[in-house]
Design a protein around this ligand. Sequence first.
Ligand SMILES: [Zn+2]
Length: 961
Amino acid sequence: MANSDSTEGETLDKSVEEKWQRKWEEAKVFEADPDEREKFFITFPYPYMNSAPHIGHAYTLSRVDVIARFRRMLGYNVLFPFAFHATGATIYGVAERLRKGDEDQKRALLVAGLPEEEIENFKDPVYIANYWRRIWERVLRKFGVSVDWRRKFITTEMFPPYSKFIEWQYLKLKEMGYVYKGTHPVVWCPNCKSPTGNADRIEGEEARVVEITLIKFKIDDLVLPTATFRPETIFGVTNLWVNPDHEYGIYLLGEEKWVLSDEAAFKLKEQKKDIRPTGERIKGRDLVGKKAKNPVNDTEIIILPAEFVDPNEGSGLVMSVPSHAPYDYAALLDIKREAKKLSSEYGIPKIEIERIEPISIIDLSSEGFGEHPAIEICAEMGIESQREVEKLEEATNKIYKKEFHKGVMKVEPYNGIKVSEAKVEVARNLISSGKAELMYDLSEEVVCRCGTKCHVKVIEDQWFLKYSDEDWKQKVLDWLDAMEIYPEEARAQMRNFVLELRDWAFTRRKGLGTRLPWDKEWMIETLSDSVIYMAFYTIAKHVNQGIGAEQLIPEVFDYVFLGIGDPSKVSNKSGIPKEKLLEMRREFEYWYPVDLRGSGKDLLSNHLVFSIYHHVALWPIDKWPRAYSVNGWVLFEGEKMSKSRGKVINLEEAIEKWGSDLVRITLASSGETLDDVDFREENLRTFESRLRRIEEYIELLGKMKGREIGRAERYLISRLQRNVKEATEMLKKTMTRSAMVRILFNPMNDLKWYFKRVGGIDKANGEVVRECLKKIVLMLCPYTPHFSEEMWSKLGGDGFASLQKWPEPDYSKINEKIEEQERLLSSLIEDIKEIKGLIESRGASTKKVKIFVASDWKYQTLSTLREKRNKEEVIKELMSMEEFRKRGMEVIRLVERLFKEETLPIITREEEIEMLREASDFISKETSLEVEILSEEEAKEEKELNKAKQSIPGRPGILLL
Ligand SMILES: [Zn+2]
């Protein structure tokens, strides 16, 4: 027997893993070509080639490989291909910074483990991409992923056939009218001189471009533009707020003189407004006390100081609507408290401040609010000052949402109109009558990967994908509803993202990639060249066998992917043999669509959605992706992994340290939802000890001499069949964590119980245990393929474990009764041991246990209960019988108690007695007590009567003596 404490086992070491990796490769086990079987096409989003793989990648990857291997064993022809992504500005930026001698960049690379001698080479972005790609491939092979490597490729012009494929796609989209050149607000990095996609950001990944209305209040000819998200509240303005400590500039906007923070002026300039500085400046405090005209009704509005006004937000000036904006009300409270001081500081008559009264303009009575919702919520939350920022944010959010969705205007000319509609109309009317301007801003701060703060820029001559197109969007939404998404919660997130998605700027000036075929100054950006590349996998094998980029003319892709054109003509024009073209077409038709795409949750709000967009645009419905499986991120020992803190766990090092199988099984079993998971060495050791026990059991098979198929064997077989059934169902839904309980933990506990039950390993039925271990080893194979191959051969199995048929559950062997009885027996023993422990801890000794099986009427109660839906019916029925009536409350109490049980026992009284009689030696052995089985009626003395009375079906009364 192997030493279970040893960490130098035979099977979990690297030479075993390397041996099987070699054998798989020699036998081309994972190379998949079309055949007559049903196919399963599974993909992992190709990784970006700017680092080595780490545990975070490996989590998603291990889950994808588990599903790939599981489906293969289910009998599908599984294709799991892999490729490498180099498109975009990130790699390019690293090289550029090194060329400029950026020491921070150099240090970052060295800290990440790059050898010093590579720094010089890293000045070339192509070298960087190739460097990491070699490492990725090496590490993935060590990780044991079941990939068909004949189909690998890298994106960008580094691999011209891929560029040809991208060009074809964009020519198609242009032809379809989904691409246009336009003027558009985008999130912009002034340093990279490029739009900043969600994936290019250190901060503000979720930030959106939002519209702000700048309403022109005026002091004579001087315009005070106040920024608001809620133009409809212009009717409730009581005063304006200015930051007294800030210095504003005076700018010419067209012919008008505007007071603006310099930040606001910069933003407007970036948004193509005709704006010029006059050189004049004005302090915020110099505006305080002055009066400006409200453009909608010409009322005079006083300007007051407020510190919450941020010159970086909007225009740096805001209007105050205390009835509907909690911040404004809180600031008004502050001002009124300090009226005396303000009056002397700014020379404002005190009365002017004191007489400011909130003006109610929105009816929110449907939500239970009175005249002034903002005042009411401030009172409710105990807000008394503008400094209570956290509470104010919450209050603002609440009121904003409620008024937007449920509020109704109660001022002319918008009386009776919903706020959500009035908002749009007021803004439109103000802008068209020259009383307001439109400005864009970000919903939250955005910092580019390069460390620069981003802003909204309106760019011209940019190329856009028309994701806002209503028909296109609707098709995407419909498919999102129809396709399989695991877990379900991911669906809503993607849906919301689609609803808000605007047109997408898909080209960049800089970086690696593929040039736009009709406008070569532009490169197609990183997310936009990665939307349908799964289709390229289906033909990459043929391309890699020697089809030149120059042969990949658009007609080739038209034919292969869309079935358009005559293969003979396409062959003539491209120089690709007709036979080859037919084969490529067949291959695409066979493998497409993707059956499952497994991804981390970071791609929910971009790539996974874009991929649907492009599929629905280019292909008919039978080629759209069938299912997505999305998971969270990985923490390491409870901490977030981050490059900046040097906490990233390199996958290759993890494999060196623990071996691939233990890393795989620990990761793949750690989660299956969008929640983040924790990779802990402690968990890995748990798996290690279980796997070693399997090996021990296999070695001990020869010593198992039992031949009988009795209750214990039937129990073991039944449990195993149930676990196979449940694990299979779960893995079909990508539940790699829940399935592991059925694959490893339950069966190992059942085996342990079985060995105890038969009185030791030597009495176990070796054939039954062998069958059981075979199934466990095969079900483990997707998680621990190397270990399973090794064990499979030790068990005398033929061929590769990886290619065996997944165990099929035999429903006829699932025996509910036996499972329940063994469960009852096990908990009875636990109960006896617990009571015994209690008694002995008080210094008393025990030598005997009397077990009282419940009276017959209790079983009758149980069976009545199983037939009826509610308590009243049960009691009524029972009380119609004399023998129950005379027991009265006792019956009612039992019914109450049984109703609280999650599952009701199915055992009969006779079965319970038989089971206990049969197991009495076992109980005796397990508890070291003499055992006597009695029925409730046999109880005599008071002590006995008390315990016997507590018995219910399946749970006998216990008395220890
Ligand atoms: Zn940047």
